[in-house]
Every structure is written in C-alpha cells, then in structure tokens.
Design a protein around this ligand. Sequence first.
Ligand SMILES: Cc1cc2nc3c(=O)[nH]c(=O)nc-3n(C[C@H](O)[C@H](O)[C@H](O)COP(=O)(O)OP(=O)(O)OC[C@H]3O[C@@H](n4cnc5c(N)ncnc54)[C@H](O)[C@@H]3O)c2cc1C
Length: 417
Amino acid sequence: MKSSMTQATHGGMIIKHARFPVCRQAGMWQLRDNYKHMKTYDIAVIGTGPAGAMAAYTAAARGKKVLLIDKEQLPRYKTCGGGLVFRGRSRLPFALDGMVEKECREIEVYFEGSDHYFLTRREQPIISMVMRDSFDSLLVDKAREKGAELLQQCTLQGLQEEDEELLLQTSRGAFRTRYLIAADGALSPTAKLAGWEESRKLIPALEYEVEVNPADFERLSRRTRFDVDAVPYGYAWCFPKKNHLSIGVGCLKKQKINLKAYYEAYLEKLEIREIRSASAHGFQIPIAPRQSGFSRGRVFLAGDAAGFADPLTAEGISNALYSGELAAQALVASGESVGQAGETYQRLLEERLLPELKTSSLMAWVFYAQPQVRNWLLQKYGQRGCEILTDMFMGNQPFPDNLKQKLADRIPLLRFS
Ligand SMILES: Cc1cc2nc3c(=O)[nH]c(=O)nc-3n(C[C@H](O)[C@H](O)[C@H](O)COP(=O)(O)OP(=O)(O)OC[C@H]3O[C@@H](n4cnc5c(N)ncnc54)[C@H](O)[C@@H]3O)c2cc1C
C-alpha cells in the first residue's frame, strides 16, 4: 500500500498523517469526499490493555460514544507476570468473576547474598494472579456492556486534525473522533504519530510460563516470592498461577544484560528439578513518565504509553487502570473544551499518581543503587518497613510526602544524585 506521510502542526501538536487519497484499495481509506459519512465517536481508544479497557469502560458508562481499537484479536497473550496488586483490583467497579488464578495473601522477600528475609500476610489478597488474556478480555467485555464498540485486528495508521475533530486512518477504514486516548502500551505507536519524543525509561523484563512437577508446584505455589538482587539492579519473581508458575527476572535500570542467564540461575535457586514445559516472553516496561506532558490537543496518553509503571516494582497494571479511568474522567468532565480537558487530566494525575511515581522513583534509587543504605534501612526498620511497603502498594496507606527530606534527615551521609 502506498502511503505518503507528512507532518503538520496544530496548536503545538505535530501530527503525522497520510495525504488523502493515498490508496485506491477498496475499504482501506475513506476519501475526503466521504468524510461526512464516516462514523463519528466522542472518544476513540487505541489498545485493549487495562489502561484502554478502563478508559473505554469509564467513558461509555458516562454515556459517551466510544470506539475501542486493538491490533490483535482478543483474547490475546500479553507478556506480563499477571500480578494484580490489591490497589488495582480494589479500584475495579466490578467483580473478577472467578478469573483470578490464585489469590496470594502471603508474600516472601529474599535478598540475594544476605540473611534478610521478610514474610508478610494480609486478610485481603495482596496480589491476585491473573492471566492477561482473560483479564483484559473481561475488562473489554465490561466496556462493551456499557456500550463501547470494539474493533479488533485494526491498526492505527494515520492521525489528522480536522476542524473540531481528529480523523483516524486505520487498517479497517477511517473514523472521526473528538478525542483519542493512546493506551497502546510500551511501544505506543500512537504517541509517536502524535509527535511525542521518547522520554520514558524503558527497562527489560523476561517472563516464563513454566509447568513443573506436582511436588515442586505444591512447594512453590503456597506463596508469592520475590528475590531482590537476583538480577543486578533488579529482582526475580515466582508467581503461582492455577496450574503453573510464572517466573521472571527484571532489571530496573536501562542496561545491556543477559536476563536469560539470570533466569536460569534463578531456576536453580528455586531448586526446580523438572520443567515440563516453558514458554519465554520478553518485553519492556516504561518506569518513568514522559517529560513532555500526557496530552497534546485532542490526544491523551494512559498506562505504559504515558510511562506510568511503578519505578520500584515495575508493576504497571494498577496505574494503567487508574490512568485510563482518569483520562476518560477528564474528557467527560471537560466536554468540548480541549484546553480544559488537558488541564483536568494533568490535575487529576497530580492528585496522586504522579507524586506516587516520584516517591517510588526515589525509593527505587535507594533500593537498587544504594545497597549499603538499603541494607542499613532493612537492619533498622526490617519487618516494619516491609509492612509499610505492603500497605502502600495495596493502596491501604498513602505514599509518604517529602521522602527525600525525611531520608536526608535520618541518613546524613546519603548524597542525592
Ligand atoms: C515481563 C513483564 C512482566 C510484568 N509483570 C507485571 C505484573 O506482574 N504486574 C503488573 O502490574 N505489571 C506487570 N508488568 C507491566 C504491565 O504488563 C504493563 O505495565 C501493563 O500491561 C500496561 O497496561 P497498558 O494498558 O498501558 O498497555 P498494554 O497492556 O501493553 O496494552 C496495550 C494494548 O495496545 C495494543 N496495541 C499496541 N499497538 C497497537 C496499535 N498500533 N494499534 C492498535 N492496538 C495496539 C496491544 O495489542 C495491547 O492490547 C509486566 C511487564 C512485563 C514486560
């Protein structure tokens, strides 16, 4: 297919688009003459992960005409440990309908090369283990029940501002929409199309879905396990699912690293004797938010597209759900006022999500880059610190304000970079 890309600037927003008409292939592109016959939506959402599905659910539940687009056919596999932390689960406005593979109320944390070990328990499931194909499909079903339309195996190819609307060119035709939410994950081609430069911090993670023998499964599926420092500047995890384990390794720093070797060493550490099957999946996680804002004109970013995974844990589902909801809320609340929609989204993000990411980023720096300080803190605060962190990530306790000052007061030798 022939496509001719050009760039235009609209209110500071650079939009790449294909000139019309670009292709005579039937059904692929609507010609400009057909513009008025195109279907028009209040909000189009690209991506059916937690951010996109939750944005579509929230907007459709408030009476907006929503189009939800994904390049895949659902249900689709998504590379992810599938650990849904309680703070994410508790925000869902519906039950998970028996799709949770395992509810983990006990978590253990080991520290490589040290005696530190913590075990924490809660009444509520600290982490609910899901498989992302069924979890994401459930979210999309809920959005559709509220009226959102779903278009699968559809890729956004061009984006153009026309009067009061955006014109979306997709592999399945052209559509008009007042607003666009880009929830298309870590690679976010939509953010690129809308002119965002890369400013997130993308880190590598490798995850395996592993079937082991019944004895090993019984032993390793009683608790969720994390092993800090099993990877330099990172950790390994062992998540029990219904009939298998999700085992992975992640490095919280952008660096060249042979994660497979660390994964293999971790299997030995877990003393897994027999692997009956294993499928490997590697991908990136953006753990620092974009520095050039989260909206441009009529385009809004949510979830990984915005860089909202947590910098300490790389847990991204909770903030994907939360930011998808906030983006939709901002658009619904602001009606036709584009400027107000952007300001409202920024304000909503600043209420909690962005300060939490900032605090978490500082915690990550101490945790991974200052191991001596971290070990001193573990020695001093030990189990109490572990309980506080658990409550923070469960959403049962706010992230601390002004952590930098508090750390500086308690640890005079700590030098912030
Ligand atoms: C190895 C690994 C393990 C992880 N483990 C956990 C964990 O245990 N717990 C946790 O909370 N987080 C985990 N994460 C992070 C988590 O997976 C992400 O942060 C989360 O999925 C982000 O959700 P999202 O909705 O923003 O994007 P995604 O879930 O990535 O969804 C993006 C969607 O957009 C679609 N899409 C992409 N491009 C296009 C396009 N051009 N057109 C149309 N559609 C498109 C994709 O098909 C996909 O459906 C892990 C990540 C990795 C890599």
